[in-house]
Design a protein around this ligand. Structure first.
Ligand code: PSV
Ligand code: MN
Ligand code: MN
Length: 426
């Protein structure tokens, strides 16, 4: 289904007066605090976060999946779903594909559909963590790190194939996430598997088009429980450095051991100009892939603060970051969940933009611990929802994307069109 501009206007109309009132009040207060409100809203309008194709269906857990209703059954339908999200919030204008789940049979047709929905292709994702039908070698004991050169070759070739699909579509990056690891001490020689991984990645890197990047994603455990070859940001950073200028680290919020200081990792990678990709989600225990901002919104805000301050710093030599939501679960309507996630990201971004950098640096220089904390908390405790709504509106979206989605009973319409079934994906 397509959502017309007229339908969005019609939705916004009755909400406008009260929205304007709240926005004016907040703008006045923020102006007094020295915030350039108009510029801030423009930055929110410009911010885009990609949606992964696998978040559009009901997600998997280790224990199984429940069929959702109206889930997309083809790449075209996934694009339509992201198009719908983007029409509602104008902040999710890109899709990230996964091969082999999203093989484009006809690239020209897919590109035309993308244009129709005003969408771009984010990074392409390869998959060497599942065996596919007709695959010669199994990845049960690893892929790019495997002890058998034939398996490594197959995994490298798969990544080259993903690059080729991405080139046809106009993507500019490849994300490599490896499940490779071990579940028992002694199972693997740590040095050998890391060296194998590096050499395999080097072959993939050599095949990257000149204007492409490769993002190396890390994760401490799962699916294996004793060791993972690319376990942490240090290992990813090491590989990215050895590979060269087109290789970057990708931070996925769920891929850290409990209580890791992710904002500090972000700052370090930015300092080195090596933060390439970012996967948003939230978690209580591990890689829970829950709705962004649902568990630790203060952490999300602190991360955004590092992103904003790091990227705004003229000393920083980091390319624009590829932002993506990487969430997938069982309980919610996936589109509603993604609307919540995008809003949470925009809220954290807006709060980070409120922070007076100069005042913060002055407090730091004075070792004014309380003062610095107050500056951070004042921004976090500001209700910035009117700013985010205004950004949605100015960009041509709905003042209340989730409200409109529910009012239109979108899921029911998708069910009528598509029926019951599980989308391809995790
Ligand atoms: C598995 O943990 C994972 O969620 C990674 O975060 C990847 O980004 C994603 O799957 C898709 O490959
Ligand atoms: Mn991820
Ligand atoms: Mn993950």
């Amino acid at each position: 289904m397509q959502l017309s501009k007229a339908r969005i206007q019609e939705h916004n109309q009755p909400l406008l007066a009260s929205h304007q009132l709240r926005l004016n009040l907040l703008s006045e207060e923020l102006s007094e605090r020295g915030v350039a409100v108009r510029d801030l809203i423009q930055r929110l309008v410009d911010f885009q976060v990609a949606i992964p194709s696998w978040a559009l269906g009901t997600g998997g857990t280790r224990f199984g999946r429940y069929a959702g209703v109206g889930e997309p059954q083809s790449l075209e339908q996934k694009i339509e779903d992201v198009g719908l999200l983007h029409a509602l919030n104008r902040s999710s204008g890109a899709i990230s594909l996964h091969i082999p789940w999203d093989i484009p049979e006809n690239a020209a047709h897919i590109k035309a559909l993308m244009q129709e929905h005003d969408l771009a292709f984010d990074a392409m994702n390869s998959n060497t963590f599942q065996d596919q039908r007709d695959q010669q070698h199994s990845y049960k004991f690893g892929s790019l790190s495997h002890t058998d050169a034939a398996v490594r070759k197959q995994a490298v070739e798969h990544n080259l194939e993903v690059i080729r699909y991405g080139e046809e579509l106009g993507s500019k990056a490849l994300t490599v996430w490896l499940a490779d690891g071990s579940s028992f001490p002694g199972q693997r020689n740590f040095r050998t598997v890391l060296q194998n991984t590096y050499e395999s990645l080097r072959e993939i890197y050599a095949a990257l088009p000149a204007d492409w990047k490769v993002f190396v994603e890390y994760k401490p455990f799962e699916p294996y429980f004793y060791s993972t070859v690319i376990q942490d940001w240090g290992t990813s950073f090491l590989l990215a450095n050895k590979l060269g200028d087109k290789a970057y680290t990708l931070v996925d919020l769920g891929h850290h051991l409990p209580n890791a200081n992710i904002e500090q990792i972000v700052a370090t990678l930015l300092m080195e100009g090596k933060l390439g990709g970012f996967h948003f989600n939230d978690s209580k225990y591990a890689d829970d892939d829950l709705t962004v901002g649902s568990i630790k919104p203060y952490q999300l805000y602190l991360i955004f603060l590092e992103l904003v301050h790091g990227m705004d710093d003229p000393q920083t030599n980091n390319p624009p970051i590829s932002y993506m939501i990487d969430a997938s679960h069982n309980l919610k309507d996936p589109l509603e969940d993604l609307l919540q996630s995008v809003e949470a990201i925009q809220l954290a971004y807006a709060q980070a933009l409120l922070v007076d950098k100069q005042a913060l640096e002055a407090a730091r220089a004075d070792n004014d611990v309380v003062g610095a904390q107050e500056i951070l908390q004042n921004a976090f405790r500001t209700d910035v929802r009117p700013l985010v709504r205004e950004a949605f509106r100015q960009a041509g979206g709905a003042l209340d994307p989730l409200g409109l989605y529910r009012k239109l009973d979108v899921r029911r319409q998708l069910y009528d069109e598509r029926g019951v079934g599980i989308a391809t994906g995790l």
